[in-house]
Every structure is written in structure tokens, then in C-alpha cells.
Design a protein around this ligand. Structure first.
Ligand SMILES: [Zn+2]
Length: 124
């Protein structure tokens, strides 16, 4: 686990997708790929282990929003079927990428701030 410098707010780190310690170095390369280390402060990102957490949260949030939006569009406004396909086919993947980046960066910052790691019987 990295050293215990205080770091920045997990919410700000998540919104900006920045390093949880310095808040300056980018966390991702390309869209959702993790960098090896922070390009600004050198924090090694090997401690990162968010697992399926961001995906599960994104599925629940997006499922609620997209299904609710679809039902409202269908029953309140009578939107034709092809508009549903266009809206959901374009909007859902875009929202998913932004939401996954935010959730993954936030969970990484929370893991860093709370020093969360796998349980062990003794420290190495
Ligand atoms: Zn950093």
C-alpha cells in the first residue's frame, strides 16, 4: 500500500479522473485503461483493485435512468420505436463511459484514502 499522505477529496479525484494523492496526474490512459503510475507525483497504481464495483454501480444507475427515460418517452410522449433505438443506442454507451470513469476514479480515491486492501494475517 502506498504511503499515507492525505490526498485530495475522493469526489474531486473522481470528477477530474486524477491521481488520488496529488490530484494533478491523470489516472487513465485512453478511455478506461489504468496508467502504471502518476506522471506528476509518481504514486504507483499497483494498489488499485476496484474489481467489479464501478461496473455494478454503473449498471444499476444507468439501468434505472435509461429504463425510466424510455418508459416516460413511450407513455408520456409517444416516441416512435426508431427514436428509442437512436436515443438508447447512442446515449447509453456515452453515459456508460463517463459514469464508469467517474465511478472507477472515485472508488480508487476512496481505496487510497481509507487504505483499503486485502486482509492479511501479518504485514509483509
Ligand atoms: Zn499523483
Amino acid at each position: 500500500m502506498p504511503d499515507a499522505r492525505p490526498g485530495i477529496s475522493p469526489l474531486m479525484a473522481g470528477l477530474q479522473c486524477r491521481c488520488p494523492r496529488c490530484g494533478k496526474g491523470p489516472l487513465f490512459e485512453h478511455v478506461l485503461g489504468m496508467r502504471e503510475r502518476c506522471s506528476h507525483c509518481g504514486l504507483d497504481y499497483k494498489f488499485v483493485d476496484t474489481g467489479d464495483g464501478p461496473a455494478v454501480f454503473a449498471i444499476f444507475i444507468l439501468g434505472f435512468l435509461c429504463l425510466g427515460g424510455t418508459l416516460i418517452a413511450e407513455f408520456k410522449f409517444g416516441v416512435p420505436w426508431w427514436a428509442h433505438v437512436l436515443l438508447l443506442g447512442v446515449l447509453t454507451p456515452i453515459l456508460a463511459v463517463f459514469l464508469l470513469r467517474f465511478l472507477k476514479a472515485t472508488l480508487i480515491a476512496l481505496q487510497y484514502k481509507n487504505k483499503a486492501e486485502e486482509g492479511r494475517l501479518a504485514k509483509d
